[in-house]
Design a protein. Structure first.
Length: 345
């Protein structure tokens, strides 16, 4: 029996499991369901299925009733798997539940398969990600890596595209992935139209790295604390290892060795992180031009700041500011933007 009723549309099956996140399920239907041709015709037919038809628990206080089973997966051109709070990574050995295993086995060879958030656990457990790039929510990355060491996990990106296998990070990154798939299938104009209707950016720069808290490691002893405190007061000027070592009356070699033992980073790495922290603060909280931000944070030029921010977060200073600059940003003058005053950790 045919599950999909419109042969001219792209057949997309969404496999839901107990513990599905309603937001993820809804955004898939919203985005793909909103893709239209120039004549206004739907380009996708989206069907929800489950390992067994019937009532599926969500992670909210209401269930969803699913009419279709794995037969939809066997007929689909694309299969999309949202996260399940009950199943993803729940088994100590990382194996699929029997129902999910049977459902995934119904997918035809050559079908495009994608996951949202920790839905990648299901793909990995089925062996579909072995030797391939993938991502998942950054909070689950450590467990994912331990369960599926054969997968080339990259927890810093918003999504991965390896042709017939795609994965995305958290729930909102599922929007990025769906728009990317629509763009790949039908071009930028269609994807931009969907984004505009949904009131989301058609494309986000960067990756998960810009959303992950990454505190600088706290030192275990205090033999380089004075140098760190002094450096934080002078981030806007060039700082040499010799100057820092002199603050502690050490040779450069001894200072570098003790610094790394205490902080877990080289002095240069630590300085770069602190400068990036301060630059990010200025981009979020002020309207200073990028060149002024770069100078205040000790990067010297806007080009240097762009290079460092791109390497660390995958975004430009203007893109970062556009995402994170709050409505209360202050019109700070360049003369007021001194180095950050923080603890010496």
């Amino acid at each position: 029996m045919a599950v999909f009723q419109h042969p001219g549309r792209h057949a997309l099956a969404v496999l839901v499991r107990h513990g599905v996140l309603p937001m993820e399920l809804g955004l898939i239907h919203q985005l793909f369901g909103g893709a239209r041709s120039a004549a206004g015709e739907p380009l996708y037919e989206v069907v929800t299925c489950a390992p067994e038809p019937g009532e599926i628990r969500t992670d909210a206080d209401f269930p969803v009733r699913v009419a279709h089973g794995p037969e939809a997966l066997a007929q689909a051109r694309t299969v999309l798997i949202p996260a399940s709070h009950e199943e993803d990574g729940a088994a100590p050995d990382g194996r699929l539940s029997p129902g999910a295993a049977r459902a995934l086995a119904a997918i035809r060879p050559g079908t495009r398969v994608a996951s949202v958030c920790t839905g990648s656990f299901a793909l990995a457990a089925a062996g579909l990600l072995d030797g391939r790039p993938a991502t998942t929510h950054w909070r689950s990355a450590e467990r994912f890596r331990a369960l599926y060491p054969a997968v080339r996990l990259d927890e810093d990106v918003l999504y991965t595209d390896d042709g017939d296998i795609l994965t995305s990070a958290g729930e909102a990154a599922g929007i990025d992935l769906c728009l990317h798939m629509i763009r790949r299938d039908h071009g930028a104009a269609v994807a931009t139209g969907v984004a505009r209707t949904t009131v989301v950016p058609p494309h986000r720069d960067g990756g998960q790295a810009q959303y992950i808290p990454r505190p600088v490691p706290e030192p275990r002893t205090a033999s380089t604390a004075r140098a760190r405190a002094w450096a934080l007061e002078h981030l806007d000027r060039p700082l040499t290892l010799g100057e820092l070592a002199a603050r502690e009356s050490m040779s450069v070699r001894t200072f570098s060795r003790r610094f790394r033992a205490e902080v877990g980073l080289t002095p240069v790495q630590w300085l770069t992180q602190r400068r990036l922290e301060y630059a990010r603060q200025l981009l979020e909280e002020t309207d200073l031009p990028v060149d002024r931000v770069a100078a205040a944070a000790g990067f010297g030029t806007g080009a240097s700041l762009r290079q460092h921010l791109q390497a660390a977060l995958g975004v430009s200073p203007s893109a970062y500011r556009g995402t994170f600059r709050g409505p209360g940003a202050l019109p700070v003058r360049a003369a007021d933007a001194g180095p950050a005053v923080r603890t010496a950790g």
